[in-house]
Design a protein around this ligand. Structure first.
Ligand code: FO1
Length: 323
């Protein structure tokens, strides 16, 4: 089976680990969010791509959900000793190597999609990881604080400010010009099913959907999404602060409406949100908390089962393994 999954950071990566376990032998293409990317100390950092690559490749710092396991921070301490800014965003020593390889390949003229393929040759994530675009598309946030009204990089709002200052606007700098990276639209066209994991609906899934042509390519496909909101709160992260910024309620219903029926055909919600309804969408209640591989696998399997039902109404049985 050919599966395409959009993905942001931690929630998306954990869902993908469950998907690999639920659908072994499937061909999985991940379209990764690059709106979080930031250039720091001259290095190109791609947090969401790296979280997927490290998580599926076995190199992730499990409890942080980002960065490398067995990490040290000597470079970070030395940079601080030189008084180099910013000091609110920490790169681990092992992680720095990834950014050095990425930066030198970008400077040599390789597109981000080729760089990501090269990095994945080491990590072997078991999926094909493609950035949503090879072009620059960076999420910035308009805030008003003691220095007045200004736009800051998403990471400054997210990491330094911890979203404590309201986001008046969320802007994708370069978003209007960004084109899907090579292979993205083809993978969607070839897909048997498309999944929207419980990543941040605004700055991850929402960002990918803003790249020209991606939403349109997805609409004719069987698309099943997993609500990132359970009982009125995000499962993790600060999706509520992002949803507030675009005037959307923090509910499973509101996020479904944000994505919309032409895009989403199936929607998995938590049992407490079983009342969610939208014409043209099949909603099913399932446990959504991924506390370990087994629960992530069960969630991914539920998404695939719903997709199979939608693609072959009344089949009730996923092709390949009858119950
Ligand atoms: N998050 C933090 O809260 N503090 C950090 O210092 C930090 C550093 C960092 C370095 C590399 C990387 O790939 C991710 C990092 N993150 C950090 C997480 C990052 O902000 C998030 O992973 C995404 O941007 C949101 O999904």
């Amino acid at each position: 089976m050919r599966i395409v999954s959009l993905a942001g950071g931690i929630g998306g990566a954990r869902f993908l680990r469950g998907l690999l376990s639920a659908a072994p032998g499937s061909e999985i293409t991940v379209i990764g969010n690059t709106g979080d990317d930031i250039t720091l100390y001259g290095l190109q950092v791609c947090p969401d791509l790296d979280t997927v690559m490290y998580t599926l490749g076995g190199g992730i710092d499990e409890e942080q959900g980002w960065g490398r396991s067995e990490e040290t921070h000597v470079v970070k301490e030395e940079l601080a000793a030189y008084g180099v800014e910013p000091q609110w965003f920490g790169l681990g020593d092992r992680d720095v190597a990834t950014h050095i390889v990425r930066t030198q390949m970008l400077k040599a003229g390789y597109p981000l999609s080729a760089v990501t393929e090269a990095l994945c040759a080491r990590w072997r994530p078991g999926v094909r990881l493609i950035p949503m675009t090879d072009d620059r598309a960076e999420t910035h946030v308009v805030i008003t604080d003691e220095r007045g009204r200004r736009a800051v990089h998403f990471q400054e709002w997210w990491v330094r400010l911890r979203a404590s200052v309201p986001a008046e606007q969320i802007i994708l700098v370069g978003g209007d010009e960004a084109r899907p990276a090579p292979g993205v639209l083809q993978a969607v066209a070839d897909a048997d099913v498309v999944l929207l994991p419980p990543s941040n609906p605004v700055v991850s899934i929402g960002t990918i959907l803003r790249v020209k042509g991606i939403r349109e390519a997805l609409e004719p496909k069987t698309v099943v999404g997993v609500s990132p909101i359970v009982g009125g709160a995000p499962v993790r992260g600060m999706a509520d602060a992002c949803l507030r910024a675009i005037g959307v309620e923090t509910t499973a219903q509101a996020v479904l409406e944000l994505y919309g029926p032409p895009l989403v055909n199936g929607w998995l919600v938590a049992e407490e949100d079983a009342g969610v309804r939208l014409d043209g969408v099949r909603v099913e209640a399932r446990p959504l908390i991924m506390r370990d591989l087994a629960s992530a696998r069960d969630l991914a399997r539920a998404a695939l089962d719903l997709a199979a039902e939608l693609a072959h109404p009344g089949a009730g049985v996923r092709e390949g393994n009858a119950r």
